[in-house]
Design a protein around this ligand. Structure first.
Ligand code: PLP
Length: 230
């Protein structure tokens, strides 16, 4: 069931790419396994899947220690400074950096571990008060500040679009994030790559891919509905 779901999402992405003339190899599908048991993850691992997403540091760390093969876990949820030491070195990519304070904590931990932590800047493109992420206008300033940290490498931008019935409503936000990425890229800031655009979830990943997403984070369409009460 889970592998069939994964394959269906994967082929949807490929068809969408073909239709608009994108190379499907440009889009990474992250299987968002939050709240789901390791046995579900193992099904996908034996199917050859290597990219998983978790939104809580503790859950990510315990799953990393339990899986049978070393696969990649992306940290996609909000990160608190006091959890940074468990995130750095465990997450292949931290998608949710939205303050200098957090980036400085990551810098300190990465320096201690003698590695470079790869991160995305989370942007609240729709200006939703309920969401984490920076306002669009504040992104360039933060990127410039973080670019000076030697053990932190910005790889691109991430957004969580609003929950909407019709995914077309989110097209404008995906397009805006892509424009922002290109704008920052054109500034050629040292120690900053603007290659990754992490956007699109179960309800809107096709629209996100049409608008240039390079990483879609899909949970429900692969693993089924989540139950947070268990
Ligand atoms: C849960 C989550 C997802 C996946 O959401 P679905 O709608 O289940 O695909 C993607 N991104 C983030 C940041 C999440 O927390």
């Amino acid at each position: 069931m889970i592998t069939e779901n994964y394959d269906r999402v994967k082929s949807d992405i490929e068809e969408t790419c073909k239709r608009i003339g994108r190379d499907p190899g440009e889009v990474t599908l992250i299987a968002v396994s939050k709240t789901k048991p390791v046995s579900d993850i193992e099904e996908l691992i034996s199917h050859g899947v290597t990219e998983f997403g978790e939104n809580k540091v503790q859950e990510m760390v315990s799953k990393i220690s339990e899986v049978s093969k070393p696969v990649h876990f992306h940290l996609i949820g909000h990160l608190q400074t006091n959890k940074v030491k468990h995130a750095v070195g465990n997450a292949v990519l931290i998608h949710s950096v939205d303050s200098l304070h957090l980036a400085q904590a990551i810098e300190k931990e990465a320096a201690k571990k003698n590695l470079v932590a790869e991160i995305l800047i989370e942007v609240n493109v729709a200006n939703e008060s309920s969401k984490f992420g920076l306002m669009k206008e504040d992104v360039i300033g933060l990127v410039q500040d973080i670019s000076l940290l030697p053990h932190v490498k910005i790889k691109g931008l991430m957004t969580i679009a609003p929950f909407v019935q019709n995914p077309e409503e989110n097209r404008v936000y995906f397009r805006t994030l892509k424009e922002l990425l290109l704008d920052i890229k054109s500034k050629n800031i040292d120690n900053v790559d603007m290659e990754i655009l992490s956007m699109g979830m179960t309800n809107d990943y096709k629209v996100a891919v049409e608008e240039g997403s390079t990483m879609v984070r899909v949970g429900t369409a692969i693993f089924g509905e989540r139950n947070y009460n268990i």
